[in-house]
Design a protein. Structure first.
Lengths: 206, 329
């Protein structure tokens, strides 16, 4: 599994719950190193162990934890760079939803070896969408929950009122129900092309 | 087919429509933004745009002569932006010039606070901006890893103060310690110990046996010295001991003899007995000498003493007889 994903998990735990909790989780997961490196690869089982340990230590269900990671990815100041990249998806939330299928491709453009599950957006009635993550169950189980967190945070970012529901697995895909109630429900956060991108992640001196 | 100016604006937000007489008929919305919304309609196109490559174009026929070629142009207004361009005839004797930032788009967006609606939906400019941001983010992550790896390398280098075979300090560690002690004006004695008959062990019993002997000898040296002393393996069968605060010749002679005595005890290797001995040269440093003796000079004196011990039949110690110049006592 790509180190960026493992590292994100660590940063989420560290930034949200503090360094000592992270260390406790790392110990519980029997990690034989202190930190995940964003640019190295890890065994998916190692990352699963950390997730399991976190769920146990924080007494929080795995799905809820994954959704929190998605929200953290967009809302935490350390991830402002990522929020900006996501905002390139479109000028409003509808535009953004329609750009979601491009997300794995866009991601590969930035980090060639980071493979995200293929996404498929279908709309039934106006304002109602179904988002399927294909192949995530075997490659990245729970990716859909992270996505729910991301979508929730992005809706907020655009100022849209949205109802999201993770419907579980449907065949080989995770399926998310999206209902857009209003696109300009509240004032979103600003996004200017010209804003100088801040560093992706603050690093603590080691 | 006739396109409305709204349609042209949507397709080419940075176009300039020029009528047959050379006057500007219409300016695309993004180009207008670049020109700070100064209306230039009705002015001659050369007052608005300078076409300088592949050839200067000052009239409409000259401009249309360049149709289909890649133009390099410059705005005449304050912005002075350099733009890529393409000219095509408009079918009425005039011309349409479409302009683009090219690679300068990143700076242009910043300079003119452009937004995604300033670009045609089909324009790759926004994707290019995305790519620039994404790449710098990925690069930053990469640099972070490099910084951490460099830190790890420094740690590893420090670890290499240890001799891998014996676990004693190595020459690097000895050099550092010696320099530090001399700089700090400390009093200490330096013992240069060289094993005797070690080559025979290596030659007759093999390197594994030789390595074992070195480990046993290292252990003996650690046992007979204090924790605060430094014991280093500085060569194949050469060792340096730095004993801080020790100036007493009798005690040192006694220690040297005990070291030799213990090292001479036969060492068992796979049921076989190996016997080696040791010669030791001893030198004191002189923190009050002027100029201060360097580490190299001190080591050299210990080395001279060692060879004098060897010359006198090995398995013994000798004190350095030469003293640093201008000694002060």
């Amino acid at each position: 599994m790509h180190g960026l994903i493992a590292r994100t998990l660590q940063c989420f735990l560290q930034d949200t719950y503090g360094l000592s909790i992270w260390q406790k989780i790392a110990e519980l997961a029997k990690l034989d190193f202190d930190d995940f490196e964003a640019m190295l690869d890890y065994d998916i089982r190692t990352v699963e162990q950390v997730l399991e340990a976190a769920s146990m230590c924080l007494e929080k269900p795995r799905d809820a934890l994954l959704e929190d990671i998605g929200t953290y990815l967009i809302t935490h100041p350390n991830n402002e760079g990522l929020r900006r990249l996501m905002r390139y998806g479109g000028v409003d939330f509808f535009d953004f939803l329609h750009s979601l299928e491009d997300l794995p491709g866009r991601t590969r453009l930035a980090v060639a070896d980071l493979q995200l599950p293929e996404l498929e957006l279908t709309d039934s009635v106006p304002g109602q969408f179904l988002l399927s993550c294909h192949g995530s169950l075997s490659e990245m189980p729970g990716f859909g929950h992270v996505l729910v967190g991301v979508l929730r945070a992005m809706a907020d970012d655009y100022g849209a009122l949205v109802i999201l529901d993770h419907r579980g697995a449907l065949g080989q895909a995770e399926v998310i129900d999206i209902t857009v109630v209003e696109t300009d429900f509240a004032e979103g956060r600003s996004f200017e092309l010209a804003a100088a991108p801040p560093p992706v992640r603050r690093e603590k001196a080691s | 087919m006739k396109l409305s100016s709204d349609a042209l604006d949507a397709l080419m937000p940075m176009h300039l429509s020029i009528s047959a007489d050379g006057k500007v008929r219409h300016v695309g919305p993004t180009l207008l933004k670049l020109m700070h919304h100064v209306c230039s309609e009705g002015r001659h196109f050369t007052d608005v745009l300078e076409v300088y490559r592949p050839k200067r174009a000052e009239t409409v026929p000259m401009l249309l002569d360049l149709a289909g070629r890649r133009l390099q142009t410059r705005l005449r207004c304050r912005a002075k932006a350099t733009l890529k361009g393409l000219v095509v005839p408009d079918g009425d004797g005039g011309a349409i010039v479409n302009l683009s930032f090219g690679i300068g788009v990143v700076d242009a967006v910043r300079m003119h606070t452009l937004t995604s609606t300033d670009f045609a939906v089909t324009d790759l400019a926004i994707d290019m901006l995305y790519l620039v941001e994404a790449k710098s983010a990925a690069m930053e992550a990469s640099r972070t890893l490099n910084r951490r790896l460099q830190g790890a390398m420094l740690v590893a280098e420090q670890r290499s103060f240890t001799d891998a075979l014996t676990g004693l300090r190595n020459r690097r560690a000895m050099d550092e310690a010696l320099k530090r002690l001399i700089r700090g004006g400390e009093c200490f004695a330096l013992l240069h110990l060289d094993l005797d008959f070690f080559k025979q062990v290596n030659d007759t019993k093999g390197h594994a046996a030789g390595d074992h002997v070195l480990r046993v000898v290292a252990k003996i040296m650690l046992e007979l010295t204090r924790k605060s002393d430094l014991v280093a393996r500085v060569g194949g069968d050469e060792f340096v001991l730095i004993l801080s605060g020790l100036r007493d010749r009798t005690r040192l002679a006694d220690l040297a003899d005990r070291l030799i005595g213990r090292i001479e005890q036969p060492i068992e290797v796979d049921g076989d007995l190996c016997q080696v001995s040791a010669s030791i040269g001893i030198a004191f440093n002189h923190p009050d000498a002027t100029p201060l003796e360097t580490a190299e000079e001190l080591l050299e004196r210990a080395d001279e003493a060692l060879y004098s011990a060897k010359r006198h039949g090995r398995a013994q110690h000798a004190f350095s007889v030469s003293e640093p110049e201008k000694e002060d006592r």
